[in-house]
Structures are given as C-alpha cells and as structure tokens.
Design a binder for this molecule. Structure first.
Ligand SMILES: C[S@@+](CC[C@H](N)C(=O)[O-])C[C@H]1O[C@@H](n2cnc3c(N)ncnc32)[C@H](O)[C@@H]1O
Length: 308
C-alpha cells in the first residue's frame, strides 16, 4: 500500500466495508485524517507507516474481524474503552443494564447510613464496561459517597483489559483506581468472604447463549470474540441459576441483583428469582421494547440464606 493517496485509502476501505461512513471512521481513527481533510485534500500521499496501518486494518476486516477490535476502542456510556479480543465488545443493550444498576446504586447512595461504604459487584466484568461506568457516574454525581466496586472475571485476559481500561479512565478521573478492585475467580468465589451480606447491588451480564446458538453464530462473532464470554452452557441459562441462587448470601436485605437477559429468557429467569426469595422482580426493556434487564430485590431479612 506504498505511495497511496488518501482517496485511494478511502476507496479501499469502502470496497471492504461497503460503507463510506465506516471508511471515514477508519481513516480518522487509524491515521488521523478527518472526513473534512479527505474532501479538501484527497490527493495527499500517505506515509509508509500510515499505508501499513491501513493495509493491516483492511486485511483484518477482510478476515471478518469486528471493526471495534480493528480500531481498538469503543465507547460505552460516554467512556472510551480499549477493546480487543481479550474480552467481549460491550454491546449497546448492556448500556441499559449499566443504567439500571446505576439507578439502584444512586438510590442506595441517597439512603445510605452515614459512614457506611457502598459495596457493588460486577460479576464477569469483561472489558470493565459496567463496573467503570458505575464507579465513574456515581462518583461524578455523588463525590461525597464512599463507593467500592468489585469487578470480577474468570478470564485473566479480560481482567488484564479491564485493568488497562481502569488506568485509562483514571487519567481523567484519578479516583477510579481507588474505587474499583479487580478480582479473579468464578462468580461469587471471587468475592472477599468478609463482604457477605454487604452488597447493595450485584450486576452481571453473564454468558447466556446456548451451545447450539453458538454453533450457528456468524463468523465475525464466533471466530473473534471469546467463547467463554458468550456461551452460558448447554441450555444457556446455567449462569443465571448460579448467580441468582448465590445472591441472597451476598446482598444486604434491601439489596438488588441486576442481570442482562436475552428476551426469550425473561420468564424463566424471573421464575428463578422468585424461587430464590426475591419479592420485587421487574423487567426493563431495551430501546426496541424487548425485555433485556431483570432487576430483583425485596429479599427481606427473613428470606436470607444463612451463612455456612
Ligand atoms: C457476556 S460477557 C460480559 C462482559 C462485560 N460485563 C460486558 O457486559 O461487556 C460475560 C463475562 O463473564 C465472564 N465469565 C464467564 N464465566 C464466568 C465465571 N464462571 N465466573 C466469572 N466470570 C465469568 C466472561 O469471561 C466474560 O467476561
């Protein structure tokens, strides 16, 4: 791709992506030319380094790698996150899950007893998207509130990316590194034992597709995003059972669990929450009106599973 002009680069990007808008986005993000510069000076020659960067990106897109991984970053609730194949690309529907969790954390922040720190868990944090947006937004809204967000994952790769994202955001909000702790382990096993019964909110976007669904997924997801982030077992609902059954031990009596769900799983996951003793169960819809978030609370002190 040596001796390539900006116009040639745009045309190659359009050829592989089928979209002028994406071509502009790629050239802006990868080699720093805005669409205005493309229009005003399309004949400008790219340097060898710029040509090589675009060439590599185009090859990766031809290989059906998601654009977010090729660009290496993605925005989630206004936060720019580093994004690569170590963790799932944060999805727009998960922004609604984060919003539901933030609303519940905000209520807990207003109700909290003075001096008590507010404890939140994001189980299966991936890139750190949910944990970082909770810590960042709550800290901006209620800087006086002492909040601690425990972000966990079974994947060391994901935790490494979440740490990089935490450090990235800490450049603008230095308190982030104090507010978030990253822990490795399977679901509740990653949490510190002394935090049992102290969480105000537990949030998770667990893997929830079945083995069969995974087999039928398009290559752009199946060959590039981590299987462990997507497959929730043979039926897809295995992680919900674990998360819901374990929640009463870890939540405060007025705490709540917020879970991303597939629309087809709303009924079954709500039933699981009822069986586990949650009395207030609500489902929040996404922007297309599909049930996407389960919010369960109302355990009451009498319903708590005793420590063993
Ligand atoms: C659907 S992804 C969600 C990632 C991120 N929270 C988001 O919403 O973009 C599920 C995450 O759960 C993690 N995970 C899978 N099994 C787990 C387990 N047993 N314990 C903890 N985390 C697990 C995966 O590594 C992955 O990061």
């Amino acid at each position: 791709m040596s001796e390539m002009t900006l116009k040639d680069a745009i045309l190659q990007c359009v050829e592989v992506t089928g979209s002028l808008q994406i071509a502009y986005w790629l050239t802006e993000e990868l080699i720093g030319y805005s669409s205005t510069e493309v229009v005003l000076d399309p004949g400008i020659c790219l340097t060898t380094t710029q040509s090589a960067i675009l060439s590599e990106a185009i090859d990766r897109i031809r290989g059906l790698e998601p654009l977010q991984y090729v660009i290496g970053k993605w925005s989630f609730r206004g936060i720019e996150l580093a994004c690569d194949r170590r963790a799932l690309i944060p999805r727009p529907e998960t922004e609604i899950v984060a919003e539901a969790a933030i609303d519940r954390v905000a209520e807990a922040a207003i109700d909290r007893t003075h001096g008590e720190s507010l404890l939140v868990a994001d189980l299966g944090t991936g890139s750190g998207a949910i944990a970082l947006s909770i810590a960042s937004e709550i800290n901006q809204r209620y800087p006086e509130v002492d909040i601690s967000v425990v972000a966990t994952d079974i994947s060391y790769d994901a935790l490494e990316l979440a740490r990089e994202n935490m450090e990235l955001i800490a450049r603008l909000q230095p308190k982030m590194t104090e507010l978030i702790s990253l822990r490795h382990g399977s679901w509740y096993e990653a949490l510190p034992a002394e935090a049992k019964g102290r969480f105000s909110v537990i949030v998770s976007n667990p893997p929830y597709i079945s083995r069969n669904q995974w087999n039928g997924l398009e290559s752009t997801v199946k060959e590039h995003e981590p299987e462990i982030a997507l497959v929730g077992g043979d039926s897809g609902i295995e992680c919900y059972r674990h998360l819901i059954d374990g929640a009463p031990q870890w939540l405060m009596p007025n705490g709540c669990i917020v879970l991303e769900i597939d629309p087809s799983q709303a009924g079954i996951v709500a039933d699981m929450a009822a069986v586990a003793g949650f009395q207030d169960i609500a489902v929040k819809e996404d922007l297309c009106g599909r049930p996407r978030v389960l919010i369960a609370s109302g355990l009451g002190a009498w319903d708590r599973v005793p420590d063993c």
